[in-house]
Design a protein around this ligand. Structure first.
Ligand code: HT7
Ligand code: ZN
Length: 869
């Protein structure tokens, strides 16, 4: 397959000023007529052929300005038409497509009887021939004709016409005045109900808000609607961004490859990421839905009004928008807690990506299939890069820079360089070196050492940075990284004052700008020896090492004035203990005692916020630990993890019991911080009680039976599931009977089953034959196959590779149905080199089996072939 290179980028030869579509939906097929008002790009050589993309289209007619075109050529996905004489002209085409058999869920497809589209990144070419690239912006008018049974006919922009065509068919026409690339096009036709509200913008305009769902989901729309209004207010207040169209619509669909899509004025959501009610949605679910609604809404400016020049710039919209949604959640709930959760994800999964064969910079320089680059690196690390700009500029100058960015580039398709230039223009900072964060892959290592000189009252910090090699990038240059820091007095436990004459230290932001590979920061006026608190709030996405003693770490857990770093010190301490046990190190037993004492301290500390306390008490996950050493033996790692959880459960049994009792519900379920935090802590206590004594499963059973909410019920089922017993099977059967008709609950049920540690391949195969499972529904696939292969390490790695064979079979099956999903499921195999030799062999065998499949999609080919290099 062809490799697309950033260095090959060329501006388009033609613009499309206006696009008119007529989409005629019939039972077996859909006809799409397109009229494209095109104009030669005067910056490009004249006489270039017109190149339009199309995939799986049956071309029925093609003309330019009414004259049929016969001398076109088809090369792969390109339809090439010789240059017309005129510089402006209209290309007219008619194609036939088959949405009912489109299982890739790209382009126009049918989900549960509803027609809907997914065009990002390159799905529009499955609808009509078009210059399907993000730098071609066009004003769209869309006419939809369909049987009347599809009562709702939607597209982007504002509705301009609707009416009857004949006794059976009707039409609707939509016009979107904002020029947009084809990836933001959307169309929906279904038998839907809408729930409505309004929002009055900061300039007094009233916006019509609608959520369209299938009738049986009407009761699950209120939360998303209120999240949407919160997001609209937040974007006005924090970024000065007002909504622009008169109507904003959200549609929920069951078959969807990702979480949601920000199509202009018509966001399409995976049902699981928008539908919610207290009876069926967990606390995490509510928080996720709120964040995704916000994320898609924020794209209206960061992505839609200002879009990407090419797909290498994807992080321009995704990194920035993830940063925006994270700040929204931090402002709405608990800032430090949000940071802990985001950093956990980054360290567990993005760092793994950075260390694996698919490692790529935030702005990749090449790809085979762009769908493979909707990654944690582009999204989450991209957001960290924007966060670092925020840290370097400070909130006020950052806001001035984003104002400049939206103003300067409104209605344009731009690059990450353009974004950084706005930051530099406003701040006067030289960000040339900073841009390496966009171009160099890999997680930098930051090694720091400290030295206190009592006579001179100085504390010196010696910094050294280094970034490991990644595919295609053997050598790295130093990064410009903001290191937020403080000193905690070793004796007083207080935050110490200091001064410094180092030009890289910004006292207002309490941040040191490290630019060199090696540098020393001398802090003066330090009245006592100190434990440095480094990289506060995780101010740069790096792996930090400092020769902390376990006493230093405990000191930070107790005293650090930065809540995030208190938690981080506890994570470092727990990681050290777990890894020493994995290595079978001599000091392991002693360290376990230290951990028990540290956990006890936290357990009995009544001053801590419950959400923070829950996170301080949770051990680092096995996935995170597996990132810290090689070769990994997942079964041995699970044993160590289980043993230490059991030891903590037993030695602190009385304390866990007290905590469990103290965190019993006091009021009926509401999704609000205090309650969410209390439930999180209740769960942690329960998990240790069961880890320490399996007979405590009856507490989980009671919680399951008595809880008035899904957060407690599903947690109880999961914890209870760790202990094999018949009562659990009965409870699970009852759960399915009760909820099988609710899509989100059926997915939840499949996921709980697939992640029970004792499940093995024969049972998982049976689960794929269960009526609740479907190979063509990505949510069901994610619940079962994803649950087993990505969230159940003991089961996946059990039985000499049986799990790997099962996963490879699933990938091969999905390769022809839905390549995007198939490629994502390859992720566990990409880390094969981290494991013990037997596992490496077994996984490699499966990768070879997959790569040998005939008609392998580009998506799967790219991941598997890069993994085998
Ligand atoms: N911008 C969207 C990314 C996306 C997508 C969404 C749904 C289905 C397929 C997709 N391919 C790419 C989602 C977002 O980041 O907001
Ligand atoms: Zn996004």
């Amino acid at each position: 397959p062809q490799v697309i290179q950033l260095s090959d980028y060329q501006a388009p030869s033609y613009w499309v000023d206006e696009t008119s579509l007529c989409v005629q939906i019939f039972d077996e097929y859909t006809d799409v007529q397109a009229r494209l008002k095109m104009r030669a790009n005067s910056d490009r050589p004249t006489g270039s052929p017109i190149v339009l993309q199309g995939v799986d289209l049956t071309l029925q007619a093609l003309s330019i300005d009414g004259v049929a075109v016969a001398n076109y050529e088809v090369q792969g996905e390109d339809l090439i038409i010789p240059a017309p004489a005129a510089t402006t002209f209209e290309v007219q085409s008619r194609v036939r497509i088959y949405p009912r058999t489109n299982t890739s869920l790209e382009g126009l497809y049918v989900s549960g009887g509803m027609y809907c589209t997914q065009c990002e990144a390159e799905g529009f070419r499955k609808i009509t021939y078009y210059p399907d690239r993000p730098d071609v912006l066009s004003v769209f008018t869309t006419r939809i004709e369909a049987p009347k049974s599809f009562k709702t006919l939607l597209s982007n922009g504002n509705p301009v016409a609707s009416g009857e065509l004949d006794a059976d068919r009707h039409m609707a026409e939509w016009h979107d005045p904002f020029p947009k690339p084809s990836y933001l096009f959307a169309l929906v036709a279904g038998d839907l109900v809408d729930v409505r509200d309004t929002f009055v913008t900061c300039t007094g305009r009233t916006i019509d808000l609608r959520i369209y769902v299938e009738p049986h989901n009407r009761h699950k729309t209120a939360f998303a609607l209120s999240s949407l209004k919160k997001s609209m207010t937040w974007d006005e207040t924090v970024y000065g961004r007002e909504y622009d169209l008169d109507i904003f619509m959200i549609v929920a669909v069951d078959h969807f490859n990702m979480g949601a899509m920000e199509n202009k004025g018509l966001n399409i959501f995976n049902s699981a990421c928008v539908l919610a009610d207290p009876e069926t949605t967990t606390d995490d679910g509510f928080e996720r839905i709120e964040a995704i609604v916000a994320h898609e809404y924020f794209h209206n400016w960061s992505g839609n009004r200002v879009t990407c020049r090419d797909w290498f710039q994807l992080s321009l919209k995704e990194g920035f928008t993830v940063f925006r949604d994270a700040e929204f959640t931090a402002d709405t709930h608990a800032r430090a807690v949000k940071r802990m959760d985001d950093v956990t994800l980054l360290r567990t999964s993005q760092f793994a990506e950075d260390a694996g064969p698919m490692a790529h910079p935030v702005r990749p320089s090449s790809y085979i299939e762009i769908n493979n680059f909707y990654t944690l690196t582009v999204y989450e690390k991209g957001a960290e890069v924007v966060r670092m700009l925020h840290s370097l500029l400070g909130a006020d100058r950052f806001r001035q820079a984003t104002d400049l960015y939206f103003d300067r580039f409104d209605g344009q398709a731009v690059t990450t360089d353009d974004f950084v230039t706005c930051m530099a223009d406003v701040s006067g900072l030289d960000l040339t070196q900073f841009k390496r964060w966009y171009d160099q892959a890999g997680t930098p290592r930051l090694k720091v050492e400290g030295h206190y000189n009592a006579a001179q009252q100085t504390f010196s910090l010696m910094f050294e940075q280094f970034c490991p090699a990644t595919p295609g990038q053997p050598e790295k240059l130093p990064f410009h990284m903001p290191v937020k820091l403080g000193l905690m007095g070793k004796h007083s436990g207080a935050e110490l004052m200091f001064s410094t004459d180092h030009p890289g230290y910004d006292a207002t932001l309490q941040t040191f700008s490290l630019r060199k590979a090696n540098d020393t920061l001398v802090l003066r006026g330090v009245t006592e020896d100190a434990v440095p608190s480094l990289l506060r709030d995780f101010s740069a996405p790096v792996v930090l090492s400092y020769p902390y003693t376990v006493e230093d770490l405990r000191h930070l857990v107790r005293h650090d004035s930065n809540a995030f770093n208190r938690w981080d010190a506890m994570q470092t301490l727990a990681t050290r203990v777990l890894l020493s046990a994995v290595r079978g190190a001599a000091e392991a037993d002693g360290l376990k005692t230290v951990l028990t004492d540290a956990v006890r301290d936290v357990l009995v500390d009544d001053t801590l916020d419950h959400a923070v306390k829950a996170r301080l008490l949770r051990l680092p996950s096995q996935a995170y630990l597996a990132e810290q050493y090689t070769p990994v033996d997942p079964v041995a790692l699970d044993k160590v993890h289980t043993d230490i959880r059991r030891d903590l459960g037993q030695s602190l049994a009385a304390e866990w019991q007290v905590l469990y009792g103290q965190t019993q519900p006091e009021a009926a379920y509401v999704f609000e911080h205090q309650q969410v935090a209390r439930r999180a802590l209740h769960r942690v206590a329960l998990s240790y009680l069961i880890a320490g004594d399996h007979t405590a499963w009856h507490l989980a059973a009671e919680l399951y039976q008595q809880a008035d909410n899904m957060t407690d019920q599903s947690a109880a089922l999961q914890l209870w599931g760790e202990v094999a017993n018949e009562a659990w099977d009965e409870a699970m059967n009852g759960f399915y009977q009760r909820w099988q008709d609710d899509a989100q609950m059926a997915e939840q049920w499949l996921s709980i089953r697939a992640t029970v540690p004792r499940i093995r391949v024969p049972e998982i195969r049976r689960l794929t034959e269960h009526p609740g499972f479907s190979w063509t529904n990505p949510n069901r696939v994610r619940s079962v196959i994803g649950g087993f292969a990505m969230r159940n390490p003991v089961a996946f790695h059990a039985d000499q590779g049986a799990g790997y064979r099962f996963l490879a079979d699933a990938i091969i099956q999905l390769n022809s149905l839905n390549p995007q999903i198939a490629a994502r499921l390859c992720t566990p195999f990409t880390y094969w080199r981290r494991y013990t030799p037997e596992i490496q062999d077994a996984m490699q065998t499966e990768l070879q089996r997959i790569v040998a499949v005939e008609a392998l999609s580009k998506d799967v080919y790219e991941v598997v072939s890069k993994s085998l290099v």
